[in-house]
Design a protein. Sequence first.
Lengths: 327, 337, 530
Amino acid sequence: MKMICAFLITFSCVLQAEEIVIYSARNEQLIKPIFDLYKKETGVDIKFITDKEGPLMQKLKTEGESSPADILLTVDAGNLWQAANEGLLKSIDSKTLKNNIPAHLRDPKDRWFGFSVRARTIFYNKEKVSPADLTTYEDLSSAKWNKRLCLRTSNKVYNQSLVAMMIAEHGEKKTEEIVSGWVKNLATNVFPDDTKLLEAIDAGICDVGIANTYYYGKYAADKAATKVAIFWPNQKTKGVHVNVSGAGITKYAKHEKAAVKFLEWLSSAKAQNLFVDANYEFPANSKIKPSDKIAAWGTFKPNVINVSKAGELQGSAVKLMDRAQYK
Amino acid sequence: MANKILDLKNISLKLENHQILKDVSLELEDGDIACLLGPSGCGKTSLLRIIAGLEERSDGKIILNKKTCQDTGLFLPPQKRKIGMVFQDYALFPHLSVSENITFGLGHLKKNEQIAKLDEMLELVKLGPWKDNYPHKLSGGQQQRVALARALAQSPSILLLDEPFSNLDTELRYQLSEDVRNILKQLKMTAILVTHDQTEAFSFADKIGVMKEGVIQQFSASYDLYHSPQTPFIASFIGEGVIVPGNLVKAYMPSLDHSINGSILVRPDDITHDDDSLLKARIFKKIFRGSHFLYVLDFDNGLRVLSLVQSHHDHNIGDLIGVRIEIDHIVEFTHPT
Amino acid sequence: MPKFSFSKFISLFVGIVITIPIFIIFSSFLKVDAGIWSHLKIYVLPELILNTLKLICGVGLGTLLLGVPLAYINSFYDYPGRSFFSFLAILPMSIPAYIMAFVYVALFDITGIWSLAIKDFLGLSFFLPSIRNLYGISLVLSLCFYPYVYLLSKNAFEGQGARALEVSQVMGLSKFNTLLKVILPLSRPWIFSGVLLALMETIADFGAVSIFNYTTFTTAIYRSWFGLFSLDSAQQLAAILISFVFLLMIFERLQEKKKSFATIGRGSVRPSRIKLGWGKSALVILGSGLISLMAFIIPFIMIAKWAFKVMSQDLDARYISFMWNSIEIAFLTVIVLLIFSFFMAYAVRKYPGVIAETIKNLSSLGYAVPGSVLAVGVFIFLSTVENKLTPGQKILTSGLSALIIGLSIRFYSISLAPISNAFLRITDSHFHIMALSSNSQIKNFFKAIAPMIRPGVFTAALMVFVEVMKEMPITLMTRPFGKETLSIRIFEMTSEGEWERAALPSLFLVIISLVPTILLFIQSEKSHGK
């Protein structure tokens, strides 16, 4: 038994330079092709485990120094902020990353970087709504949308981030009024996921709703024709709410250099499209063009407030939504 | 001189501040069939379980067939004691056939020895034709015979029977208890039966131990129990009868010459009905017993006794009838209960 | 003179190992965040507690009404196709609750396939109401979980013996009164543990209720953890949930106290089944056919349909290893759990008392804890042990050990319930006979105990196998690198809402689960012939 252990330890030492270990909350089917490509290009083997964000962070925390993980890859800035806040990540000193990833899509202390961008925007039924009537997220709380709005459950972190960003912009009081207005305008119960919400808009159960762009990408790809159209709100004010999926180096990374190298590669032109296109997302590296399908949605002004605000204010956002009876 | 098979010395059992058994001692000789008789809760089943080794928390000494099974610091587990046991609920294994049930504990024997033993047992309990049946196909009496065969197959030095017949209807019960007694006598098997049924005890056992509140009050042959009970409890528990103040009886029975301080036992057969007798008693209650009536009689001085009267003497409640008091064995207790 | 007993020792050890993660969850009370609690108390809990109670009532009633009558009819009556229908009745167990929920939402949500089809067919100008409400989720969870009640009730009914029935019928009770006054009361521990399993799974469920957007206590648990980033508050909430289940167990135990549930009369003869006439047969077939249609056939067809749609894109050689890993993990967990629960059930049966009872109940609670919360507790426990035993080396978490232990903790109550119920059939006298015989303990086990508890063991094995195949949170958290299973495949697809792609691994999962289900079925039919 001891011998086998000893053997395994030496064996893993030999491999050490050649591998990176990633804990990922991004789905396997979205990351595996990237890892395969990286291995082909560099020979570096990437071992990974997928799980939900919460358990992954808890796992890292529990393992502490003995954690095998080098990189935590997760969805939503709120989670990345929380990981940094819990002291699970360390600062990365990389010029390449700083050059490639715009400042608002990364941690102010460089403990994590966003690698793909998704916008949480407004969708509407083309037959029932003229885009001219649409302006902002805030406006969806006005009386003219009474019984016309669809929302997804407030349990989803995407909505928590959206509301957190609104708190950052308007303060709690005004945000609570807006959210209460949304709740008042609901055409039907909140939906368990964005796809169901898009279906409801399509079927005419409601006229407008808020969803992530990549769900629309998948939804439109599955349907021959859809009445659902995309709208970019808040163009005259702060811009469309965006969020990231991103990654950071873990505090006790055993292969830090190799891991940083991988993240640098991930922000490069070669990897970015592969990383984001399959999921209908926007590249985080602003020099890279999105895929044609996504480009067809038109260009928009994103909200450039630092996405880490989403994490900072997420708790307040959740409590606010509870108070506003947003289920 | 016969062999001493079982020797219990000062067995006590205390559970959660409750004294179940108090210093019980008992000896059995080879071939003895004994019975522990008593109301429920008297500790008779506990004593049986202690002998079997199924109850580990008792104090005292047990010697079984010259082997010390229990003593201070010594406890022999049940399987080392060579004990056979038959239970009230038969405890047959539903998934095993009659043969498999009988040979259940014979794993230590060779195959052909097992078969020989099985045949012997089937012959003994007369269940040969049923040997491949499963227990649920058998009648209650047959099931209990399987249980007996299973216990005897192990060639135990003593057989313990825990209310083995109480699940059966009356007729089958006495038939089976007689059959079992014959089988045990044929094998010269030492046995202890636990029961609360006197008739069963009298017909089954050579010697009976009457138990109350964790103590064996008397251990003797059934005749002695009836005629020379050593405690008021036994007097009233065994057979019918009342314990009454001696002076009340003496008033009507001048032949009771010696001085009576305490109480005496009056059995129903001590009071006989005689229309010609000058001594009269009033019928308080009557119970029909087929061939007899059991009358409860009141005398003028407050004495109340039982009398067994042939059933053609059918009197009404409240009637005054002539009686004689003829007590052959005077059983006297100085401190009546 | 108390004696050292091997089985007591093992069961105490098992009880402690299984219960530690529960204690870890309770230890969260050392750090109470008053701010979060006052918020939860005002805005969140009142509604969610009410919702949870309503759901418990709904699913409790639903599983009783589906499981007990089906078990009763299939145990005591014969009708054309009985074998087939009693087989169909177990199958819904193999479909994960969240998949079942998704199928029903896909069909009957406002924009559901069938809802829209009916609307078009009838030319309605309004939308049909959505199934996403209390009744809908109660129905779906009842359809998922009634097999627990069905299986355990069937064990009870068939082991009850004909004598009790005969006696009650001789006493002039009608069949219905016999059911009410004899069969059901005698089967109470079985039925209760079946319903309790269903309720524990309901309480712990997050997937299915999320799809129905029905918020329960568990919603608050995850919302505190993922939304408010307070694992402590989440654990505290979970601890309250567990305490509730514990009280339920104690309550039932007090009710059952002093009753004996051993087989009445001569051994366990099963009553021969009464043949139903044509009219009644038709009714029974219609009824159980309808249940199976809703609980298995329709979901299965939908899963198969979606699976075929994505097959060309998703199916590859890796599925062989997914299946193999799933089977391997499920099989190992079954073995471990059968051994664990045997010793516990034996000890509780042999040395009854408050201590044994408490250890048994405490260790059964893992099933009521929302999966990810328990997964964290398990992980903290195992890595602490690992660090203490062999610092720096991952003897548990690098192999399958951690995973198997974790899954055993989760599904312990599922295997313990049928096995300890089976022990109720062995009387004290049976144990005395074994003790008095010169047989070795091992021989007594194989010759007497094992055959008598066999139906319970088979049921336990099947339920654990199928549950492990479906399990996600603990598998996700404690699996070694590269050990991907079918349920993890389902997780990958569903976590971003790609439900239809999740149908492919689900289909494999259902098909694999069929194998032990068929085995259980064959054994139960065979033993009936005896």
